[in-house]
Design a protein. Structure first.
Length: 233
């Protein structure tokens, strides 16, 4: 099952100018970063090693500019970002789910140029709603720091490599998921109850209080995201 999709249009390798546009994509990011954020980070991670190292600093700087909603002068990384897709080649990148496993299906045929793919992921993250943008862009920057092999990429980005926990909330009912994480019953309790339960479970998850060190970071992330969802509902 396709969980997220990004359509990219780029100039042909022989074209005198380098151009880039985004197509009709499906990027669910609620709760952030969601499956859409994982796909964008995966694209960034998969192609960044093939980008000129001298351009990577500008790429990271671009992520911060877009996260802050700034106007972006063109071109960037020697590519001009535009709306018009006429005359451009099409690439489609997907995040799929097979049972509980996540899998990247990235279009890397015929020596796909890496810079447009990474730029497309960054620009797509920058076009998200302001509330989702920081979490997604943070994960994209995590992807830009990736230097491992493809086999471990999903686990690196998600902490588990499966479509469970806080990731599954992006494809289901976020409030129901959050109530389950915090062991609360419907209807959503008041702010004080949510905060108290969060602090109790956060203490239990911490390694200093007996929580498993290997799972502590993921558990704390889940608890924090669950609290955010319930307090915003």
């Amino acid at each position: 099952m396709v969980l997220a999709e990004l359509e990219v249009f780029q100039s042909r390798p022989i074209a005198p100018t380098r151009r880039l546009a985004l197509g009709d994509s499906e990027l669910p990011v609620s709760p952030a970063p969601g499956f859409g954020g994982i796909l964008l980070a995966g694209i960034a991670a998969a192609f960044v090693d093939r980008i000129d190292p001298e351009l990577r600093g500008d790429l990271v700087h671009l992520t911060h500019q877009l996260e802050e909603g700034r106007r972006i002068p063109q071109p960037r990384l020697r590519h001009r970002f535009q709306v018009d897709r006429i005359g451009l080649n099409r690439r489609v990148h997907r995040l799929s789910g097979d049972g509980e496993r996540l899998r990247f299906d990235l279009d890397d045929r015929d020596g796909t140029s890496p810079a447009p793919q990474v730029l497309a992921a960054v620009y797509a993250a920058g076009m998200l709603a302001p509330a989702s943008r920081p979490a997604v862009m943070g994960l994209v920057r995590r992807g830009l720091a990736w230097r491992g092999g493809d086999d471990a990429l999903v686990e690196y980005l998600t902490g588990r490599g499966v479509a469970g926990g806080w990731l599954a909330a992006g494809a289901g009912d976020p409030v129901a998921w959050a109530l389950g994480v915090l062991c609360l019953d419907e209807p959503v309790p008041g702010r004080a109850v949510v905060q108290r339960r969060f602090r109790e479970l956060l203490r239990d998850a911490h390694p200093d209080h007996g929580g498993a060190a290997d799972d502590a970071a993921q558990r704390i992330t889940e608890l924090s995201e669950a609290r955010r969802i319930l307090l915003a509902s």
